[in-house]
Design a binder for this molecule. Structure first.
Ligand SMILES: Nc1ncnc2c1ncn2[C@@H]1O[C@H](COP(=O)(O)OP(=O)(O)OP(=O)(O)O)[C@@H](O)[C@H]1O
Ligand SMILES: [Mg+2]
Length: 229
């Protein structure tokens, strides 16, 4: 097996809400190889989104270690963390999260601009053509269908060639057929770029398209073959 891109060791993560602290992740261990595709299944509230937040560095571990692309997310400072996210991680959400006041082209250009790319608009246009939206580049998100918005989000996530793509129920707001088209596109882009993928989904069939499935239950992970981590 190739070297791991993701290495999580005994990760605990608690968040303090209005009703006090909640122990969300309770001792997660997970290693993911470069280019591997892993689905995360599990009931609502189990901690799946929180795990993705920890992997993107948006939430800090309470204890334990999260290493991605050789970067230890538990010890780096905020500036390095922001750079890490820009350079290594793409995220696709259930509700698309496009910036409503920006066109499709501007949305996809944004991460390229942050990364100091010299011709962001050109590259963004090509990325949009690759997801079949060459004729929609000047549309605002509100002028696009749900499936089209998610394709813009895919173009935006992949345009900087992240090593790690995190997808949180990316078809949750789409009808079955549109969801299928979006996921075919996601897996095509993943294969083309050799991206490591962590896909959170409630859809067992979609999960089975990944090389490996893990299940989160009450803040703990188990491999879908029954091995407890
Ligand atoms: N900021 C927060 N403060 C306190 N508790 C939180 C916070 N965010 C999430 N939680 C709690 O953490 C638990 C896990 O939430 P999370 O969003 O990770 O679940 P999930 O597995 O993604 O669920 P779903 O399938 O519904 O999206 C939930 O019980 C939730 O109420
Ligand atoms: Mg969630």
């Amino acid at each position: 097996m190739s070297e791991p891109l993701v290495n999580i060791l005994d990760l605990h993560l608690s968040l303090v809400g209005g009703a006090g602290a909640v122990n969300i992740l309770r001792g997660i261990n997970l290693s993911i190889s470069k280019g591997e595709t892993v689905s995360v299944l599990g009931p609502s509230g189990a901690g799946k989104t929180t795990l993705l937040m920890a992997l993107s560095g948006l939430e800090k571990a309470t204890s334990g270690q999260v290493q991605v692309a050789g970067v230890n997310l538990t010890t780096i400072n905020e500036d390095d963390l922001a750079r890490f996210r820009r350079e290594h991680v793409g995220v696709v959400f259930q509700s698309f999260h496009l910036i409503p006041t920006m066109t499709a082209l501007e949305n996809v250009s944004l991460p390229l601009e942050f990364s100091g790319c010299v011709n962001p608009a050109e590259q963004a246009e090509e990325a949009l053509r690759n997801v079949g939206l060459g004729d929609r580049i000047d549309h605002f998100p509100g002028e696009l269908s749900g499936g089209e918005q998610q394709r813009v989000a895919l173009a935006r996530a992949f345009v900087v060639r992240p090593a790690l793509l995190l997808a949180d129920e990316p078809t949750g707001n789409l009808d079955r057929e549109t969801g299928r088209i979006v996921m075919n596109l996601l897996f095509d882009l993943q294969q083309e770029h050799g991206t490591t993928l962590v896909l959170v989904t409630h859809d067992e069939i979609l999960a089975s398209r990944c090389q490996r499935s893990v299940r989160m239950i009450d803040g703990c992970l188990r491999e879908d073959n029954g091995v407890v981590s």
